[in-house]
Design a binder for this molecule. Structure first.
Ligand SMILES: C[S@@+](CC[C@H](N)C(=O)[O-])C[C@H]1O[C@@H](n2cnc3c(N)ncnc32)[C@H](O)[C@@H]1O
Length: 223
């Protein structure tokens, strides 16, 4: 799915966190942690405790397999409630790998930025990475090949839906009886970079890092 082994993805995310100004995390929160690339990277950067939040029990269980003794606490919860389940303050909060676009409304994104600013200790660091889907391809270019191997072919189709984009995942899996097609669809918020940088600034954080890495926007700010 990610095109590289877990350990390599952790190293990639660790380097990205360092580039974004995370040097010595102490208490960290990983919002929408998934299987834990950033949680493990934060622990490997020296965090004394990482609070990893996700709604997916299956992904949190994967994370626990990868944690291997690192100080990572998994919380099965909505990330919008992170301020009620984790520590009262953290010096590092991350929301990476396109998690933020999964929120239902732009208002939720604004609320989340306010909660993050309130939970960060003075001088604390916030890192966000996501894909800006505000301009999507047109016509047949909306069919996007993602990955393929001898027995799996993953393609997605992007459908414009106002403030969001409906992402249709089409996954062909080869079995003994032939190819089977698995279909699923979910909305992702359109978050123009200017909207996101304003939301971060309006929440009281100072943005000082803004890059586009292979289509993934990475923003980092301090309180
Ligand atoms: C695209 S994945 C990114 C995961 C990980 N950060 C990475 O880089 O691989 C988005 C993750 O956010 C989680 N998620 C989506 N909405 C959420 C919510 N409201 N609260 C908590 N987790 C959520 C999903 O379960 C998924 O694991």
């Amino acid at each position: 799915m990610f095109g590289m082994p877990f350990a390599d993805k952790v190293l990639e995310q660790k380097a990205l966190l360092q580039e974004a100004g995370v040097s010595a995390p102490h208490i960290a929160v990983d919002l929408g942690c998934g299987s834990g690339f950033q949680s493990v990277a934060l622990a490997d950067l020296g965090a004394r405790q990482v609070h990893a939040v996700d709604t997916s029990r299956a992904l949190l269980s994967e994370l626990q397999t990868h944690a291997q003794g690192r100080p990572i606490t998994a919380h099965e919860a909505d990330l919008m409630d992170f301020d009620r389940i984790g520590p009262t303050h953290a010096d590092t909060i991350v929301c990476m790998g396109d998690t933020v676009t999964h929120l239902a409304r732009r208002d939720d994104v604004v609320t989340l930025m306010t909660k993050i600013a309130a939970a960060l200790s003075p001088g604390g660091r916030f890192v966000l990475s996501y894909r800006d889907l505000s301009v999507i391809p047109e016509g047949v270019d909306r069919f996007i090949p993602l990955r393929s191997s001898d027995d799996t072919i993953m393609t997605c189709f992007l459908e414009d839906s106002g403030d969001s984009v409906l992402v249709h995942d089409l996954v062909y899996v080869r079995s003994e009886s032939g190819w089977a097609l698995n279909k699923s669809a979910y909305p992702k918020l359109k978050l123009p970079q200017t909207f996101m940088t304003s939301a971060i600034a309006d929440a009281g954080m100072t943005l000082d890092f803004e890059i586009n890495r292979r289509g993934m926007i990475v923003l980092a700010a301090s309180k």
